[in-house]
Structures are given as structure tokens and as C-alpha cells.
Design a protein around this ligand. Structure first.
Ligand code: FAD
Ligand code: MLT
Ligand code: ZN
Length: 508
């Protein structure tokens, strides 16, 4: 009975997939020379990059805006606009709405689901020129910044004030706070600081009709009806353009330590997590997992410094544990206590551990973990599945996918080279990466809907933190009910009746 229900679910999903692929985008207009002339009335020429006259940008100059970080998604936009103020954003959006021109908001273009590049020739509205900190209150820790501020620049700004952004990710050198909010990025600190739904206190958003919705609250508490800003956190630019962000920065830890632990088998990860939580309690700030195969890719492609052979021997996977606290001696005592109890146990959960002894070693250990994304993309073309599944199933998901690919005869150097897993154990978020020689329809057909069905069978989520973008529009029904999708569509229609905001993303 169970099996037949599963098969009928598969058939239903396949039909949904076919319908979705043929679904048309809303009927929108292309930018023409008259539109460029209009934009020139209120934007300086340096803010208009276009292959249309009178501008003279070449298509290769537009290439970094039209192609995504993975070089998997390719747009054909003729025009990139780079406003400096919310007022300029408003004028652009109002005009595009009247003309029926699609707009793709773009931050640092580090997204991994094809959300930040056009599907056709929509205008790209790049936020990079809106990059000022508006205010910071060192007493409350509340930071108000333009959406185009780069995440790392905000960290550098806060450092002398002894605060940190409550969000950290490998793309910090390029991604923007507006992009982070729009994707509801999770990253490496979520275990400690929670999601942006909690730490973002207010937003300034330009709506599709050009209205500037100023909700840049600097209040921690504000129960005055519907909390509209939550709608834009994770909306991936489909409801409006985030132009300003108010966020609660966290006090900078006085002491941070990290250690990479080598585990003989994956089964030890969960008991280790339980033990780490128990012994480290309030100072545990990250618990990140990566398997042996992806570690080898990090080493091969020069991410961080390789661990010693004896530390790696016999390891099936690794865990990076970070502590952040207020007192060095106290924190070190706790971490050392954990390591000693792990090593001295009759049934040790770990083989060895590499403990950082200096700030530079601390960064080197993190560089291995943070460099996995880059290592994978240097190795080949990555099919990236960013999923929430029960922690106990992380390995099963990776192994099942690998066996499925093998059964299709695709596990070899000319097709799929690696099936690897890493992710944020503390958040139940696995990054299943299938690394291929090339992106091909055959590999994609082998993976989808297979992976989505696997996730659904665990009642998981097909997008833990990267979003839906263009990649998973057709797969939303694996994680959202028909009623939820219908209400999402109604909300979209209410804000954006002409469908100009990031068309073809998130919703069909
Ligand atoms: P973009 O890629 O430019 O855009 C992403 C989406 O947001 C698009 O749909 C775009 O239209 C929309 N958007 C951007 N700016 C705005 C705006 N101002 N208003 C409205 N919509 C907007 N993600 C994680 O969650 N956790 C990680 O740990 C993580 N690590 C990464 C590591 C690497 C090396 C890389 C390359 C990516 C990683 N990512 C991670 C994915 C990515 O960095 C995040 O999704 C990030 O938040 C995207 O920010 P961005 O400014 O580059 O946005
Ligand atoms: C990460 O955790 O490293 C990021 O989400 C990026 C990725 O999935 O590769
Ligand atoms: Zn991640």
C-alpha cells in the first residue's frame, strides 16, 4: 500500500513538473532606446549600463550581471541600472511598472539558485551603489544600513564598536545585506544568533508601484498589527526591492576557539552534537559537518591548510566546532574538557581533533569549511541541493543519491564525479552536492525529481537557506501545500499585479 502511494505521488509530481516547465512568464516588454532616454533624466550616465543607444556598454561588460556565480543561469538583459537612493529606485520601479518591464533586483550575485539573474531580458537593478551605513547605536547594537552594503564591510564597520553582524557566510566578501535579507540567508552563525526573521528589526522597501514603504524600525518590540517586513525576508525580490535594513548586531565575543574533529563514522555525529551542546552549552556557536570526499576536494583546490595525514587517516567525516564566549580561560577550560572526555571515553566518538592555537590557525580551520563551495565549483559543475532533512538521515541522503546516480550509469569522470555532503548540523541543513563534468539534461533528469521526492519522503524542505530562485520553482509543491502556494500567489498578485518583480522566480 505504501509503495503504491509513493508511485502515484511520483506520477503526480512528474505531471506537475511537465506543466511547470511549459508555463509562460508574464507578458512583459523589452527595454528600448526611449526607456534609456527616460532613465537618463534622473540617473547619471555612470548609473546606466546598456547595450542600447545612447549608452554604449558591450555585452561582455554586462556578462557579470547576466550570469550567476555558478555560471549555470544565463540572462539576456540589455540594461543594468545602478541607483544611489531609494528615491531613484522608486522612480525606476514606478516607470517599469507603467511600461510593463520586468525587473530583477541584484545584490552581490552570489545566490546559488539562479534568482538574481534574468530569465529573459528584464532590467537588472543592481543595488551596489547604495552602500552607506545610515546609523549605528552602540548601546542597543542596532545598525541601519543601505541594502547594497557588502556583508564583510558591515563586519569591518562594526568591529571597532565591538559588535558583529549576526550572520556570516562564505560569500561575505561579495554578498550584500539586502541580498542576505531577500534570501533569508542562514550561514554559519544561525545556531547561535537565529534567523534573520528574528534579527532584522525593520526594512525600507520599494514596492512595485514605486511606493517607498518605510518600515526601518529601530525598536526591539513592536506589536502593532501585521509585521509586514517578514514578507520581504526571503521573498527573493518578487514582492519589492529592499533598499534599507535595520538589524540587531550582536556583541563581539571576547574569546573564540575552534577545533576540527575527525570522526570514524557518520553515526557519531549526532551523539557528538548532543555531547557538545551538553558540555559547551552557552558558548557553542557553530557545529558544521563535512564528509571525507568534500574535504579532499577542499585540499585539492587549496582551501585552507590541509590537516596532517595522521589526523585524517580513518576519518569518514569531520565536524568543525566553534565556541564564542566572554572569558578565554573559562571557554578554553570547557572546550578542553569536552575534548578530553571525548578522547578518554571507552567508545570514543572521534579519532582525533585539530585545535586552533592562534587567530591565524582559527581562520585556517574555518577556511577549510568556508572553502567547500569554491572547491566544489573548481572541481566541476555542481548540482546543489540545499535541504532540510532529519539529522540522522544526512548520510543516507548522500549515499542514496550516489547509488541512484550509479544505477543510471552516470557515476564516472565524464558525467558525475562526486556526490558529497556538508552543512549546518545545528540547523538540520544538509548541502547535497552532485559534482559533474558538465551540466547536462541527462544528469538533471536523473536528479530531479528524485532528490525532491527523497526530501519529501523525510518531510524535509527542498530549500533550507538558499531559496527557490529559478531552480526550484517547479518543485515548490514538494515542501508547500497547494493552499500555501495559492496564498503565496495571492500575496504576490496584491503587491505586484503586473508581475514585473523578478518574473519566473519563486512562483510560476
Ligand atoms: P543575489 O545573489 O544578488 O540575489 C539573491 C536573490 O535576492 C535574488 O532573487 C535577487 O533578486 C534578490 N535580491 C538581491 N538583493 C535584493 C534587494 N536589495 N531587494 C530585493 N531582492 C534582492 N547562502 C546561505 O544561506 N548560507 C551560506 O552559508 C551561504 N554560503 C555561500 C557561500 C558561497 C561561497 C556562495 C557563492 C554563496 C553562499 N550562499 C549562502 C548563497 C548566497 O551567498 C546567499 O544567498 C546571499 O544571501 C545572496 O546575497 P547576494 O547579495 O549575493 O544576492
Ligand atoms: C555553505 O554552507 O557552505 C553554503 O550554503 C554554500 C553551499 O551550499 O555551498
Ligand atoms: Zn549553507
Amino acid at each position: 500500500m505504501l509503495a503504491s502511494r509513493y508511485i502515484s505521488h511520483r506520477l503526480a509530481s512528474r505531471q506537475l513538473l511537465r506543466r511547470a516547465h511549459s508555463a509562460a512568464l508574464p507578458k512583459l516588454n523589452s527595454v528600448d532606446a526611449d526607456d534609456i532616454a527616460h532613465f537618463s533624466k534622473f540617473l547619471p550616465s555612470s548609473a546606466i549600463l546598456s547595450t542600447l543607444p545612447p549608452a554604449s556598454t558591450t555585452s561582455s561588460e554586462l556578462s557579470p550581471f547576466n550570469n550567476d556565480w555558478m555560471n549555470k543561469y544565463h540572462g539576456k538583459s540589455t540594461t543594468v541600472l545602478r541607483p544611489r537612493t531609494a528615491q531613484e529606485v522608486s522612480e525606476i520601479v514606478k516607470y517599469c511598472n507603467e511600461r510593463g518591464i520586468g525587473i530583477v533586483p541584484q545584490g552581490g550575485n552570489t545566490g546559488l539558485v539562479g534568482g538574481g539573474v534574468p530569465l529573459q531580458d528584464e532590467v537588472i537593478l543592481s543595488l551596489g551603489n547604495m552602500n552607506k551605513v545610515r546609523s549605528f547605536d552602540p548601546v542597543s547594537g542596532i545598525l541601519v544600513a543601505d541594502a547594497g552594503c557588502i556583508l564583510e564591510s558591515l563586519s569591518e564597520y562594526l568591529s571597532p564598536h565591538h559588535h558583529i553582524v549576526p550572520l556570516d557566510l562564505g560569500a561575505k566578501g561579495s554578498c550584500q545585506i539586502g541580498g542576505n535579507v531577500s534570501t533569508n540567508a542562514g550561514g554559519l552563525r544561525l545556531l547561535r544568533y537565529g534567523s534573520l526573521h528574528g534579527s532584522v528589526l525593520g526594512l525600507e522597501v520599494v514596492l512595485p508601484d514605486g511606493t517607498i514603504l518605510n518600515q526601518l524600525s529601530t525598536l526591539r518590540k513592536d506589536n502593532t498589527g501585521y509585521d509586514l517586513k517578514q514578507l520581504f525576508i526571503g521573498a527573493e525580490g518578487t514582492l519589492g526591492i529592499v533598499t534599507g535594513v535595520s538589524i540587531l548586531a550582536a556583541p563581539a565575543p571576547q574569546s573564540s576557539n575552534n577545533v576540527i574533529l575527525a570522526l570514524p563514522k557518520f553515526d557519531n555525529v549526532l551523539p557528538l552534537f548532543v555531547e557538545a551542546k551538553k558540555q559547551l552549552s552557552e558558548i557553542l556557536s557553530a557545529f558544521e559537518f563535512f564528509d571525507r570526499e568534500v574535504y579532499e576536494l577542499a585540499v585539492k583546490h587549496g582551501q585552507g591548510r590541509a590537516l596532517n595525514e595522521e589526523d585524517v587517516a580513518g576519518a569518514e567525516c569531520f565536524v568543525l566546532v566553534e565556541t564564542s564566549g566572554g572569558k578565554r580561560e573559562h571557554d578554553e577550560e570547557k572546550l578542553n574538557g569536552l575534548l578530553e572526555s571525548l578522547m578518554e571515553s571507552d567508545t570514543p566518538l572521534i579519532n582525533t581533533g585539530v585545535l586552533s592555537q592562534s587567530p591565524s590557525q582559527f581562520s585556517q580551520l574555518w577556511a577549510i569549511r568556508e572553502g567547500l563551495t569554491e572547491a566544489v565549483s573548481k572541481e566541476g559543475k555542481a548540482y546543489k541541493y540545499d535541504i532540510s532533512v532529519p539529522l540522522a538521515k544526512f548520510k543516507e541522503v548522500v549515499d542514496t543519491t550516489r547509488e541512484h546516480i550509479r544505477s543510471k550509469g552516470l557515476l564516472h569522470d565524464d558525467a558525475v564525479k562526486h556526490v558529497v555532503g556538508y552543512g549546518h548540523v545545528g540547523d538540520g541543513n544538509l548541502h547535497l552536492n552532485v559534482v559533474a563534468a558538465n551540466y547536462t539534461p541527462e544528469i538533471e533528469a536523473a536528479l530531479e525529481p528524485f532528490v525532491y521526492e527523497l526530501v519529501a519522503s523525510y518531510k524535509g524542505s527542498i530549500s533550507a537557506e538558499h531559496g527557490i530562485g529559478a531552480m526550484k520553482v517547479h518543485a515548490l509543491q514538494y515542501s508547500k501545500s497547494a493552499e500555501s502556494i495559492e496564498w503565496m500567489k495571492r500575496i504576490k498578485k496584491l503587491f505586484d499585479p503586473r508581475g514585473i518583480m523578478n518574473p519566473g522566480k519563486v512562483l510560476e
